[in-house]
Design a protein around this ligand. Structure first.
Ligand code: S3P
Length: 186
Protein backbone atom coordinates (compact mmCIF):
# COMPACT_ATOMS: atom_id res chain seq x y z
CA UNK A 1 0.00 0.00 0.00
CA UNK A 2 1.26 3.42 -0.96
CA UNK A 3 1.54 5.96 1.87
CA UNK A 4 0.35 8.49 2.98
CA UNK A 5 -3.31 7.65 3.56
CA UNK A 6 -6.03 10.10 2.51
CA UNK A 7 -9.49 9.88 4.08
CA UNK A 8 -12.20 11.23 1.84
CA UNK A 9 -15.97 11.63 2.12
CA UNK A 10 -18.74 14.11 2.72
CA UNK A 11 -18.96 16.54 5.65
CA UNK A 12 -19.87 14.61 8.79
CA UNK A 13 -18.34 11.33 7.57
CA UNK A 14 -15.86 11.37 10.47
CA UNK A 15 -12.69 12.00 8.45
CA UNK A 16 -11.12 14.02 11.25
CA UNK A 17 -12.28 11.86 14.17
CA UNK A 18 -11.49 8.57 12.47
CA UNK A 19 -8.21 9.90 11.12
CA UNK A 20 -7.07 10.98 14.56
CA UNK A 21 -7.96 7.64 16.12
CA UNK A 22 -6.33 5.72 13.29
CA UNK A 23 -3.11 7.72 13.45
CA UNK A 24 -2.93 7.13 17.18
CA UNK A 25 -3.38 3.37 16.79
CA UNK A 26 -0.69 3.23 14.09
CA UNK A 27 1.67 5.67 15.83
CA UNK A 28 1.63 7.82 12.68
CA UNK A 29 1.16 11.55 12.14
CA UNK A 30 -2.29 13.04 11.57
CA UNK A 31 -3.00 16.15 9.52
CA UNK A 32 -6.42 17.73 9.05
CA UNK A 33 -6.19 19.57 5.74
CA UNK A 34 -8.87 22.11 6.77
CA UNK A 35 -6.67 23.02 9.77
CA UNK A 36 -3.55 23.12 7.57
CA UNK A 37 -5.40 25.43 5.19
CA UNK A 38 -6.33 27.70 8.13
CA UNK A 39 -2.73 27.83 9.33
CA UNK A 40 -1.32 28.58 5.90
CA UNK A 41 -3.94 31.10 4.73
CA UNK A 42 -4.98 32.60 8.07
CA UNK A 43 -8.70 31.87 7.55
CA UNK A 44 -10.79 28.76 8.10
CA UNK A 45 -12.09 27.19 4.88
CA UNK A 46 -15.60 28.52 5.67
CA UNK A 47 -14.31 32.09 6.21
CA UNK A 48 -12.06 31.87 3.18
CA UNK A 49 -15.02 30.77 1.02
CA UNK A 50 -17.16 33.61 2.43
CA UNK A 51 -14.42 36.13 1.63
CA UNK A 52 -12.91 34.93 -1.65
CA UNK A 53 -15.44 32.46 -3.06
CA UNK A 54 -15.36 28.72 -3.52
CA UNK A 55 -13.28 28.65 -6.74
CA UNK A 56 -10.39 30.49 -5.14
CA UNK A 57 -10.67 28.22 -2.10
CA UNK A 58 -10.47 25.10 -4.28
CA UNK A 59 -7.38 26.43 -6.07
CA UNK A 60 -5.61 27.10 -2.78
CA UNK A 61 -6.82 23.87 -1.16
CA UNK A 62 -5.31 21.88 -4.02
CA UNK A 63 -1.87 23.37 -3.41
CA UNK A 64 -2.06 22.90 0.35
CA UNK A 65 -2.48 19.16 -0.15
CA UNK A 66 0.11 18.88 -2.92
CA UNK A 67 2.71 20.95 -1.03
CA UNK A 68 2.33 18.84 2.11
CA UNK A 69 2.74 15.68 0.02
CA UNK A 70 6.28 16.82 -0.76
CA UNK A 71 7.34 16.48 2.86
CA UNK A 72 9.61 13.49 3.30
CA UNK A 73 7.23 11.82 5.78
CA UNK A 74 5.14 8.93 4.53
CA UNK A 75 3.41 7.67 7.65
CA UNK A 76 0.70 10.28 7.72
CA UNK A 77 -3.09 10.07 7.81
CA UNK A 78 -4.65 13.06 6.08
CA UNK A 79 -8.29 14.09 6.56
CA UNK A 80 -9.22 15.91 3.35
CA UNK A 81 -11.92 18.59 3.01
CA UNK A 82 -15.25 17.15 1.82
CA UNK A 83 -15.14 18.87 -1.57
CA UNK A 84 -11.47 18.30 -2.34
CA UNK A 85 -11.79 15.05 -4.37
CA UNK A 86 -14.43 16.57 -6.64
CA UNK A 87 -12.36 19.42 -8.09
CA UNK A 88 -10.37 19.17 -11.35
CA UNK A 89 -7.94 16.22 -11.31
CA UNK A 90 -7.74 16.04 -7.51
CA UNK A 91 -8.91 12.43 -7.30
CA UNK A 92 -6.17 11.36 -9.73
CA UNK A 93 -3.62 13.31 -7.67
CA UNK A 94 -4.67 11.54 -4.50
CA UNK A 95 -4.30 8.16 -6.13
CA UNK A 96 -0.83 9.01 -7.38
CA UNK A 97 0.32 10.43 -4.08
CA UNK A 98 -0.96 7.72 -1.73
CA UNK A 99 -3.90 5.49 -0.86
CA UNK A 100 -7.41 6.87 -0.52
CA UNK A 101 -10.22 5.54 1.66
CA UNK A 102 -13.79 6.72 1.16
CA UNK A 103 -15.82 6.74 4.38
CA UNK A 104 -19.24 5.99 2.90
CA UNK A 105 -22.50 6.79 4.70
CA UNK A 106 -26.10 6.90 3.59
CA UNK A 107 -27.29 10.53 3.18
CA UNK A 108 -29.86 10.03 5.95
CA UNK A 109 -27.15 9.08 8.43
CA UNK A 110 -24.89 11.95 7.39
CA UNK A 111 -27.75 14.37 7.99
CA UNK A 112 -28.34 12.87 11.45
CA UNK A 113 -24.66 13.17 12.33
CA UNK A 114 -24.36 16.70 10.99
CA UNK A 115 -27.40 17.78 13.01
CA UNK A 116 -25.49 16.79 16.15
CA UNK A 117 -22.41 18.90 15.35
CA UNK A 118 -21.68 22.59 15.74
CA UNK A 119 -22.92 23.99 12.45
CA UNK A 120 -21.62 27.54 12.91
CA UNK A 121 -18.81 26.84 10.46
CA UNK A 122 -21.35 25.44 7.96
CA UNK A 123 -23.54 28.40 7.05
CA UNK A 124 -25.76 26.49 4.62
CA UNK A 125 -26.73 24.03 7.34
CA UNK A 126 -26.75 26.30 10.38
CA UNK A 127 -30.08 26.37 12.26
CA UNK A 128 -31.53 23.43 10.32
CA UNK A 129 -32.77 20.11 11.70
CA UNK A 130 -31.78 16.70 10.31
CA UNK A 131 -34.65 16.55 7.79
CA UNK A 132 -33.81 20.02 6.43
CA UNK A 133 -30.10 19.18 6.36
CA UNK A 134 -30.90 16.08 4.32
CA UNK A 135 -32.74 18.20 1.71
CA UNK A 136 -29.72 20.49 1.41
CA UNK A 137 -27.01 17.86 1.24
CA UNK A 138 -28.68 15.21 -0.92
CA UNK A 139 -28.12 16.85 -4.36
CA UNK A 140 -24.53 17.80 -3.57
CA UNK A 141 -23.77 14.37 -2.20
CA UNK A 142 -25.21 12.72 -5.31
CA UNK A 143 -22.96 14.86 -7.50
CA UNK A 144 -19.91 14.00 -5.40
CA UNK A 145 -20.37 10.25 -5.04
CA UNK A 146 -18.89 9.39 -8.48
CA UNK A 147 -15.66 11.09 -7.40
CA UNK A 148 -15.59 9.58 -3.93
CA UNK A 149 -16.18 6.12 -5.37
CA UNK A 150 -12.91 6.33 -7.30
CA UNK A 151 -11.12 5.86 -3.96
CA UNK A 152 -8.77 2.91 -3.63
CA UNK A 153 -10.95 1.54 -0.83
CA UNK A 154 -14.59 2.17 -0.01
CA UNK A 155 -15.46 1.59 3.63
CA UNK A 156 -19.14 1.44 4.54
CA UNK A 157 -19.90 2.99 7.89
CA UNK A 158 -21.49 0.55 10.32
CA UNK A 159 -25.04 1.29 11.42
CA UNK A 160 -26.97 -0.15 14.35
CA UNK A 161 -29.30 -3.10 13.70
CA UNK A 162 -32.37 -0.85 13.90
CA UNK A 163 -30.87 1.39 11.19
CA UNK A 164 -29.92 4.26 13.50
CA UNK A 165 -26.40 5.63 13.86
CA UNK A 166 -24.12 3.40 15.86
CA UNK A 167 -22.43 5.62 18.45
CA UNK A 168 -19.26 3.54 18.15
CA UNK A 169 -19.18 3.95 14.35
CA UNK A 170 -16.10 6.19 14.29
CA UNK A 171 -14.16 3.76 16.47
CA UNK A 172 -15.26 0.85 14.33
CA UNK A 173 -14.20 2.67 11.17
CA UNK A 174 -10.79 3.36 12.69
CA UNK A 175 -10.47 -0.36 13.53
CA UNK A 176 -11.47 -1.43 10.01
CA UNK A 177 -8.94 0.92 8.44
CA UNK A 178 -6.25 -0.08 10.91
CA UNK A 179 -6.69 -3.74 10.01
CA UNK A 180 -6.64 -2.99 6.28
CA UNK A 181 -3.41 -1.04 6.63
CA UNK A 182 -1.49 -3.40 8.90
CA UNK A 183 -2.57 -6.54 7.02
CA UNK A 184 -1.68 -5.14 3.63
CA UNK A 185 1.01 -7.19 1.91
CA UNK A 186 1.74 -4.91 -1.06
C1 S3P B 1 -16.26 21.53 2.36
C2 S3P B 1 -15.99 20.78 3.47
C3 S3P B 1 -15.17 21.28 4.58
C4 S3P B 1 -14.21 22.38 4.12
C5 S3P B 1 -14.91 23.43 3.33
C6 S3P B 1 -15.68 22.89 2.14
C7 S3P B 1 -17.12 20.95 1.30
O1 S3P B 1 -14.41 20.20 5.10
O2 S3P B 1 -13.14 21.88 3.38
O3 S3P B 1 -15.77 24.13 4.19
O4 S3P B 1 -17.22 21.55 0.20
O5 S3P B 1 -17.72 19.87 1.53
P1 S3P B 1 -15.02 18.95 5.97
O6 S3P B 1 -15.52 17.93 5.02
O7 S3P B 1 -13.84 18.49 6.74
O8 S3P B 1 -16.10 19.52 6.82
Amino acid sequence: MLYPIYLIGYMGAGKTTVGRMLAEKLGWHFVDLDDAFHEIHGLSPADYIRTYGVEEFRRKEKYVLEDLAELPIEKVIYATGGGYPCWEDNMECLKELGTSFYLRWQPYHLAQRLALTNLKERPLLHGKDAAEILDVIRPQLEARVPYYEQADYIIDAPTAIDGTIDITADEQLADILYNRIINDDD
